[in-house]
Write a protein that binds this ligand. Sequence first.
Ligand code: NAD
Ligand code: UDP
Length: 343
Amino acid sequence: MTVLITGGAGFIGSHCCVTFLEAGHDIVVLDNLSNANSVSLNRVSAITGRKVAFEAADIRDQARLEAVLDQYGCSAVVHFAGLKAVGESTKDPLAYYDNNVVGTQRLLSAMAKCGVRQMIFSSSATVYGEPKYLPLTEDHPTSAVNPYGRTKLMIEDMLRDIAASDPSWRFGILRYFNPVGAHDSGLIGENPLGIPNNLMPFITQVADGRRAELSVFGKDYETRDGTGIRDYIHVTDLVEGHLRAHEVLASGAAPSNCFAVNLGTGTGYSVLEMVRAFERASNKEIRYSFAPRRDGDVAECFAHTAMAEKLLNWKAERDLDAMCRDTWNWVCKNPRGYETTAA
Ligand code: NAD
Ligand code: UDP
């Protein structure tokens, strides 16, 4: 039985490949390489000692998906493929509805046709919108503040509708908080193209001299030091949560055939705390200056983690120092990401 991993050449997907292979699963990766480099999969092979089956294809190509599901005898899907830049989604919403929503609809149609009825879906804490209380529990009301978030909510709704229509479907919706870090080998990690939108990749580029300083968005939030607080989670912990979700779904042990669960640590850190932690890990000064708040940002966001512990028997284990140390190790070993390093 093989697991299809869509978007498996990307940041989180490549780490998931390692975890699934090391747990003894057979996998096939399908990725259109729109935001990835297939060298990541060579690195997955180097870490695990196992060859990775790879199909360069788009999730919107339903015929190709059906051929892949049949050819490899897939029994389940872990679905990472999609576009993820909030700012870009407000400029080109159609691309986001097409890639994320239409792509997922085609993937589900292909699965229905091939009799594959289990999927884990990459959702996001962004579906909670402005927090009404903290920590965020899974039954917190959902809302979307940008097209990216709306695509995640639409897909969640699509999965809930399909699950309600037929009990043989099994869906695990995983709502990620802020994934950071890298595999501890330093062989795979986050490889953003262009100017990073997210805090951690930006900090790394200040540490290694590619950017002069970090702009800290907002210094007057009602938080302990005035800067925004987020729940950062090590990518290795995150993908271990996927493995547990896959096992729970496959064993039929889930309390319902469609569950949504938070993957976070339950602890929030401010932007300035992240800067200090990264300085400790890298032994570099991170220069910064304050800039106005970024549109759409909330002051504080962190997860309630009890449901993940109960349902998945999973809890994040790696601390902030490990997140920063592993990120820095990856960046030092791959100063230009996958592009200029040997496979
Ligand atoms: P990523 O961009 O590194 O990985 C996504 C992968 O999907 C890339 O390899 C890309 O080439 C591929 N892809 C995109 N569109 C495709 C298509 N139409 N067909 C086939 N392949 C396609 O991003 P990531 O950080 O690894 O995120 C993975 C998933 O997790 C995404 O769905 C993202 O929305 C979600 N997520 C990420 C974060 C985060 O902060 N990284 C937070 C919450 C949710
Ligand atoms: N942030 C910042 N400067 C940057 C990027 C991010 O101050 O260059 C802040 C941002 O305002 C938020 C936190 O860092 O408080 C995390 O932002 P990120 O974009 O990484 O994640 P998200 O906003 O999706 O939680």
